[in-house]
Write a protein that binds this ligand. Structure first.
Ligand code: SAM
Length: 372
């Protein structure tokens, strides 16, 4: 927050900003929140700090589309760290409790530690610190884990889709040694990021033969391996349902090798179904984003690299532009109003409607830009 600017207290001014005062609730210890058309609170904010990435995962940024000719955002279009800090402060006043930095590859954004330092100083209206998390492909993590921790980063999730070089290359379409990523994971763990999570997206016939080796590798490590169903985000990955390895199938394959027991969700709306190995060797997660949609509990807003709000990962349209009003000198009150209006009008539940005529039509926005 820039010097001299005050944040609007949610209990007074903010209540006048939302279209219907009833949209703000104060459910006891969980703090105030604003809710959408389906009574879903705004709790999480994902910020895409860059639309660029050093990998070309076939399911996310296929090289044929994201090639030399692809028009990534010019630098002046990106929202600055000060702008992100200011907007994050406003989102927090409306109920956000967790911020995740993502992209593109967030470690490509120069000086990311400076942004983390700023965000780590933010508190919710009751004075609790905000959890700051980061999702990364870990290619630069070995060298940065220490400075990220020192800057105040709370948690890291690493994306890794295979252990062998050939599988890693097929999924990421890059020559980065998979060892570099594993070194990054080990460095983050040594430095004390805990619990560390590793996300594996599965594509049938490409990396599903590595489900058991990955489970074996991360058992007894304290790291939580989470398997993600390949989703139809964006328009460039040529998604087909027959390439999705379902959470049910993943469960059955692992359970046969290593019996699993259910674990209660850690908090309402947790997207991963949690399972522990019966022999006590650790925990895994299953993210059934396609076959068991969790729209009903989705409390996530996304802020794009150029400062636009999107209220669904599968969005086909902008929720609201915050950058231009902010650069034209908009006040905190005006910007808060834009965010509140946008969230309170939100009715998306794309994954639930995926196969019905009411599902999204039109070009979906790419994940690298709105933040995975
Ligand atoms: N570059 C960072 C990384 O690799 O973690 C952050 C951005 S990436 C878009 C965030 C996450 O989205 C990664 O775990 C990635 O595997 C996941 N992802 C991207 N496209 C996906 C898709 N079509 N289906 C499922 N997960 C996807």
């Amino acid at each position: 927050m820039a010097q001299g600017r005050s944040i609007i207290p949610i209990t007074s001014a903010t209540k006048q900003l939302v279209p219907k005062p009833s949209l703000i609730g104060e459910p006891g210890s969980d703090g105030p929140f604003i809710s959408d058309q389906m009574q879903r609170p705004l709790r999480d904010l994902r910020i895409s700090v860059t639309d660029r990435c050093n990998l070309r995962c076939t399911y996310c940024m296929p090289r044929e589309v994201f090639d030399q000719k692809y028009a990534f955002l010019p630098r002046a279009e990106l929202i600055s760290f000060e702008e992100i800090e200011r907007l994050a402060g406003l989102f927090i006043q409306l109920g956000v409790q967790k911020i995740r930095l993502t992209g593109g590859e967030p470690l490509l954004r120069r000086g990311i530690e400076k942004l983390i330092e700023k965000l780590a100083r933010l508190h919710d209206p009751s004075g609790r610190p905000i959890e700051i998390a980061l999702t990364t492909n870990a290619v630069f993590l070995s060298g940065k884990a220490r400075s990220l921790k020192d800057a105040g980063l709370s948690r890291i999730t690493v994306s890794l889709d295979g252990l062998t070089q050939s599988t890693f290359r097929r999924m990421s379409d890059s020559d980065v040694p998979v060892r570099t990523v594993l070194d990054g994971i080990e460095a983050a763990q040594r430095i004390g990021f805990s619990p560390l999570k590793v996300n594996m997206v599965l594509k049938r016939g490409v990396n599903d033969h590595e489900i058991i080796p990955m489970a074996e590798h991360f058992r007894n490590s304290g790291i939580i391996l989470r398997f993600i169903e390949y989703m139809d985000v964006g328009t460039s990955n040529g998604w087909r349902m027959d390439e999705v390895v379902t959470a049910k199938e993943i469960f059955e394959r692992i359970h046969q090798h290593y019996p699993l027991q259910a674990v209660e969700p850690g908090y309402p709306g947790e997207v991963a179904e949690r399972w522990r190995y019966a022999d006590g060797s650790g925990e895994i997660g299953l993210i059934a984003s396609v076959t068991r949609a969790f729209c009903g509990e989705c409390s996530r807003a996304r802020l794009s690299t150029d400062g636009k709000i999107y209220t669904c990962l599968f969005a086909t349209a902008i929720g609201a532009d915050l950058r231009d009003p902010m650069r034209r000198g908009g006040s905190d009150l005006e910007l808060t109003r834009l965010i509140a209006d946008c969230w309170s009008q939100r009715s998306e539940r794309y994954s639930l409607l995926r196969n019905s005529v009411a599902g999204a039509s039109g070009e979906k926005i790419e994940m690298s830009y709105i933040g995975g």
